[in-house]
Design a protein around this ligand. Structure first.
Ligand code: PLP
Length: 388
C-alpha cells in the first residue's frame, strides 16, 4: 500500500489527549480530579436547549447556506458591533462548524506554502497544526512568564520577514488566561499596519474576563486587516453545538465561505438557529458562568500564594499556568506523576510551547472543591520534590 500523506502523519499527538487517556486508565482504580480539559463544566443553559429542540422539531435538519443561516449572521454582527463599536453587517460574518474551522479557513484563505505566520508561544496547539497542513511556516513569538505572559513588541518586530503574512493573537489567552489591554492591542495593530500583516484575533474567550473588560483587535484596526474569531463553545457552554464565526471584510468572507464547500459544505442549521437565540436572548447565563470562573480562579490563586507559587493573575478565560520549575521535573513528567500519585490530571505546559515547558496548565472548568484539592495537590508535589 502506498503511504499516507506526510503532513497529517506528522501532526504531533496532543499532550492533553495523552493525559486524558492516562486519566481514564487511572480512573478505573481511583477517582481522578480533572483539571486538564478546556471545556466548560456547566450544562448548556436550558432556554438554549429548548430552542434547539424546537428547531429540530420544526425541521431545521437540512443543509443551510455555506456562510451560515441569516438569523445567526445577523445576531453575530450585532454581537461584534455592540462590543467593538465598529459597524458590522451580516455580510461581515462567516459561520463555521466551531471556531477551530474559522481559524483553519483563515489559514487556507490567506497563506501560501512557505508564508510565515506569527504564532504565540505558549499558544493553543491547533494553530500550529493548521499552519502545518498548508505548509505555512510557523514563527513563534514569546509570551514569557517573566513578562506576565504578555507579548514583547520589539521581538515580534524583529521576527517579521518579507514572507510574514499573518499575525495571530489570542486574548483572553489559552493557555495563559492573560488579557491584552488597549495599549498592548494598539501596539500590536500598529505593528501589523507597519508591516502590512493580516491579523487573526482569536477572541473566543472575550466574554470571560475578570477585571477590565475585553479589548478587541477590531477596535484598533484602522484599515480592515483584522479577522476576529469567536463562537458559542466557551461563553455559552455549547462546545458540542460546533458553532463558531469569523468577522471580517466582505471580500474575505465571500472567499472563506466558498472554502466551506470542499471541507464541510455548511454547518448545522438547528445549532446555528439556537445560537442566534442565545446571542439575542438574556445574557444572565454568561454572567453567572463568568462570575463562577472568577471565584474559582481566586480560590486557585489563594492556594498558590500559601505555597509561595503565585506568579500572576489571569485576566480571563478558564486557564491558569502554574510554575512547577522548583520540582526539577519537566511538565510532561510532572503531569504524569501528579496523576499517578495524587489523582490530579493537568495539561503539561510543553504542549503549548517551549515558553511554558516548566509550567502546567489547569482549567478552572471544575468544581470549587476539585480546584481546591487539585491545586493543593500540585503545590504539595512541587514543594515535596523540591525538598527531596
Ligand atoms: N480558540 C481557542 C483559544 C480555544 O481554546 C478553543 C477551544 O479550546 C477554540 C478556539 C475552539 O473552539 P470551538 O469549540 O468553537 O472550535
Amino acid at each position: 500500500m502506498k503511504p499516507f500523506a506526510n503532513i497529517p502523519s506528522q501532526i504531533p499527538r496532543s499532550g492533553i489527549r495523552e493525559i486524558m487517556d492516562l486519566a481514564w486508565a487511572v480512573e478505573k482504580e481511583k477517582p481522578v480530579i480533572h483539571l486538564e480539559v478546556g471545556q466548560p463544566d456547566f450544562a448548556t443553559p436550558e432556554h438554549i436547549v429548548d430552542a434547539t429542540c424546537r428547531y429540530v422539531r420544526e425541521g431545521h435538519t437540512k443543509y443551510v447556506p455555506n456562510a451560515g443561516v441569516n438569523p445567526l449572521r445577523q445576531a453575530a454582527a450585532r454581537y461584534f458591533q455592540e462590543r467593538s463599536g465598529i459597524e458590522t453587517t451580516s455580510e461581515n460574518i462567516l459561520v463555521t462548524p466551531g471556531a477551530v474551522m474559522s481559524i483553519a479557513s483563515a489559514f487556507f484563505s490567506l497563506l501560501e506554502p512557505g508564508d510565515e505566520v506569527l504564532l504565540p508561544d505558549p499558544g493553543w496547539p491547533n494553530y500550529n497544526m493548521a499552519a502545518s497542513l498548508i505548509h505555512a511556516k510557523p514563527v513563534f513569538y514569546d509570551l514569557r512568564a517573566d513578562n506576565q505572559f504578555l507579548p514583547d513588541l520589539d521581538q515580534i518586530d524583529r521576527l517579521v520577514t518579507p514572507r510574514t503574512k499573518l499575525l495571530l493573537l489570542c486574548t483572553p489567552s489559552n493557555p495563559t488566561g492573560q488579557v491584552y489591554d488597549a495599549e498592548v492591542m494598539r501596539g500590536l495593530m500598529q505593528l501589523a499596519n507597519r508591516h502590512d500583516l493580516w491579523v487573526l484575533s482569536d477572541e473566543i474567550y472575550a466574554d470571560i474576563t475578570f477585571g477590565d473588560g475585553h479589548v478587541s483587535a477590531l477596535q484598533h484596526d484602522t484599515d480592515g486587516r483584522t479577522l476576529i474569531v469567536s463562537g458559542m463553545s466557551k461563553s455559552y457552554a455549547m462546545t458540542g453545538y460546533r458553532v463558531g464565526f469569523t468577522r471580517g471584510p466582505l471580500d474575505y468572507i465571500e472567499l472563506a465561505s466558498k472554502l466551506q464547500e470542499p471541507f464541510v459544505s455548511c454547518g448545522t442549521g438547528f445549532s446555528q438557529l439556537a445560537s442566534a437565540e442565545a446571542l439575542d436572548g438574556a445574557q444572565d447565563c454568561v454572567v453567572e458562568m463568568r462570575d463562577a470562573y472568577a471565584q474559582r480562579m481566586q480560590i486557585a490563586l489563594d492556594i498558590l500564594r500559601q505555597y509561595d507559587l503565585y506568579r500572576y493573575s489571569p485576566g480571563g478565560a478558564i486557564y491558569l499556568l502554574i510554575d512547577i520549575a522548583a520540582s526539577g521535573l519537566n511538565s510532561h513528567d510532572f503531569a504524569t506523576r501528579l496523576l499517578q500519585e495524587k489523582g490530579v490530571a493537568v495539561a503539561p505546559g510543553s504542549t503549548f510551547g517551549a515558553m511554558c515547558a516548566d509550567h502546567v496548565r489547569i482549567s478552572i472548568a471544575a468544581s470549587e472543591d476539585h480546584i481546591r484539592q487539585g491545586v493543593t495537590g500540585i503545590c504539595e508535589m512541587v514543594r515535596a520534590l523540591e525538598a527531596a
